[in-house]
Design a protein around this ligand. Structure first.
Ligand SMILES: [Cu+2]
Length: 113
């Protein structure tokens, strides 16, 4: 019975989350850190609570983050100080149903700008 309950609750959790696409793509290697990192969700969001673009030394390269004005399912993160290396993007958003969702993905930049 516990297994059934667990299955149901995890299905609900997956139901309102879901990243459709990211830019750069998850796990990809790009030439330089782009000025804008984006995360597109399957559903509209209420707001971005937190967004960071962290390099291997733990420095945050995000300047600001907001929802795209034309697409409330898309988070736009402005970056600065493009250096070569590994990046991890960490985000926290509030879904339209009020639930908070968190996640992360990684990519790598070959060169500094
Ligand atoms: Cu929800």
């Amino acid at each position: 019975m516990a297994g059934v309950l667990l299955l149901v609750s995890s299905t609900v959790a997956i139901g309102h989350s879901g990243v459709r696409a990211t830019s750069p793509k998850k796990g990809s290697v790009v030439r330089v850190l782009p000025k804008k990192v984006t995360i597109t969700f399957r559903d509209r969001l209420l707001r971005v609570t937190q967004a960071r673009v962290v390099d291997a030394r733990g420095r945050n390269h995000a300047v600001w983050a907001r929802l795209d004005r034309r697409n409330a399912a898309k988070v736009v993160i402005r970056t600065r100080r493009p250096v070569a290396g590994r990046y991890r993007v960490l985000w926290k958003v509030q879904a339209e149903d009020g639930h908070t969702e968190t996640g992360s993905f990684r990519f790598r930049a070959r060169r500094s700008r």
